[in-house]
Design a protein. Structure first.
Length: 511
């Protein structure tokens, strides 16, 4: 095995981040590799360093021109040969790239997935000594993923053109079903899999259930006040929501901006540059903002509306605390948020199996929002991270008294606060507003223990089994038949069939 550490010094790094070395060893040994690393986890080194170790051309497929140019600029500052090809370049710049590649040796070339499909690419690539194809944001390959791009789906062309060249597929977030689709679509051969690094111990997760947008605005302002320094990113579900919230915050805080796809290209560039220069400290944005963004000091990330899926939630929250310092990730959830995401799904023109996947993903993020177990533990299990925990100590479920918890203003009632776990025995904190009597409290405890056992046995997050809201409805209703279960919040035919009999058996123990 080639020594990786000496080459690491060329990147002015002293050590590898968690998971990086295993991925690099797999890549330089010539294996197809599938790597899932969190946003800010150091994915780029996993395809940049092999170019130097192998002393060959490495081709990186990347979705954003701005991201390509940023990485090329950073590599050149380190004295590492790199370039990119895209439609916005001048002819001289493209000529320089090809001349550098013809000299041979290590070179990192960034291309968009669309450029791979252009006439002439196939004949050119056949003549090159390519050490690695790296597919960044590989979840875009999958029709099951939230960011599917048709030209990504055609990247199996690389395997057919250079069948012996290993492929590295990288993404910051992907469920098992998306990963399997990535393997199939890219033609990966028995890939080495590396899924780890989702645990971010410097992020504090909090979820607050709200009744109105006014309540959400109050929570946003309270969260911003907790972070007088550093950047704040606030994600909203609609363009109008972005501008309305920015206007509301601008009346109380300095340096508020907004960003969404409805702005012109120039306006979007200006909005981002103001954030770069710190003229803007608080940015309200849709999910059009963020890919390739790497600010070290984002102290707060807020979702004003629940996102479409757990993957988007994790990726956007992952932009917080990249400098390693504690940062707050706040999700504000209202019932109508599910309606907004349902509207988006209903408007989709995707094929039925993809639509079905979107509905399941929406159910999962709703269950996460309504859940009461450790937030980080649920995320690790959801993504099948190699590392697992049972309690993190830095989320609203594990540490409800933490100084990082944003306390709702008096008018904001948060029912999730009624069902938090304590640090020791972790019983449910049950109040009369949630459970109807003492027997219901006992049933809820039995259901929670059963849920934990079922989740562990099936290697899924507890919130995927059912949410705390469902558990409380089960405990209050005390169903005795499968037909009764259909009336329970969050239960449908699939859940009734897969776990209904077991749940009824657990409840029967108290009769």
């Amino acid at each position: 095995m080639m020594q990786l550490e000496p080459t690491l010094q060329k990147f002015r790094l002293e050590s590898f981040r968690k998971g990086q070395k295993g991925i690099l060893e797999s890549v330089v040994a010539g294996h197809d590799t599938l790597a899932v690393m969190p946003t800010g986890g150091g994915k780029s080194l996993c395809y940049q360093l092999p170019a130097l170790v192998l002393n060959k051309l490495v081709i990186v497929i990347s979705p954003l021109i701005a991201l390509m140019e940023d990485q090329v600029r950073a590599l050149r500052e380190l004295g590492i040969p790199a370039g990119c090809l895209h439609s916005g370049q001048k002819v001289d710049a493209k000529r320089d790239v090809f001349q550098s590649i013809r000299r041979g040796g290590a070179y990192i070339l960034y291309l968009s997935p669309e450029r791979v499909q252009k006439p002439g690419f196939a004949e050119w690539i056949k003549t090159q000594d390519v050490g690695l194809f790296a597919i960044d944001e590989a979840h875009c390959v999958s029709q099951w993923g939230p960011d599917f791009r048709p030209d990504y789906h055609k990247l199996d062309l690389l395997r057919s053109l250079k069948p012996e060249t290993p492929i590295l597929a990288l993404t910051a977030s992907a469920t098992p079903i998306v990963l399997e689709d990535v393997v199939r679509s890219l033609g990966l051969r028995d890939p080495h899999r590396h899924v780890r690094g989702f645990y971010r111990p410097n992020l504090f997760y909090q979820v607050v259930v709200t009744e109105s947008d006014d309540d959400k605005v109050a929570m946003v302002k309270a969260a911003v006040r907790k972070a007088p320094e550093g950047r704040v990113l606030i994600y909203c579900g609609t363009r109008q929501g972005v501008e309305t919230l920015a206007s509301e915050l601008g009346g109380e805080f300095e340096g508020v901006g907004f960003y969404h796809a409805g702005l012109t290209a120039g306006e979007r560039t200006e909005a981002q540059q103001k954030l770069d220069r710190r003229e803007t400290r608080i940015l309200c944005a849709t999910n059009a903002f963020g890919m390739g963004i790497d600010y070290p000091d984002v102290r707060v990330v807020i979702h004003f509306q629940m996102p479409a899926n757990v993957e988007s939630f994790y990726q956007e929250m992952g932009r917080a605390g990249r400098d390693g310092k504690m940062s707050l990730c706040l999700l504000l959830y209202a019932k109508k948020d599910k309606g907004l995401q349902s509207f988006f799904i209903q408007r989709s023109t995707a094929e039925p199996r993809v639509i079905s996947s979107k509905w399941r993903a929406l159910d999962a993020i709703v269950a996460f929002a309504e859940g009461g177990d450790c937030r980080h533990a649920g995320i690790l299990t959801y993504f099948r991270d190699a590392e697992r925990i049972t309690a993190c100590g830095h989320c609203d479920s594990c540490a409800p008294q933490s100084e990082w918890v944003v306390q709702p203003p008096p008018k904001v009632f948060n029912p999730l606060a009624r069902i938090r776990r304590s640090k020791k025995k972790a019983p449910l904190d049950l109040k009369s507003e949630s459970l109807v009597d003492k027997k219901a409290e006992l049933r809820a405890e039995i259901l929670r223990e059963w849920r934990k056992s079922y989740a562990k046995e099936n290697d899924i997050a507890p919130f995927i089994v059912f949410s705390n809201k469902t558990m409380i409805d089960l405990a209050n209703r005390d169903p005795e038949t499968l037909s009764d279960l259909i009336e329970v919040y969050g239960f449908g035919p699939t859940k009734v069939e897969s776990m209904g009999a077991d749940i009824l058996a657990e409840l029967a123990k108290l009769r």
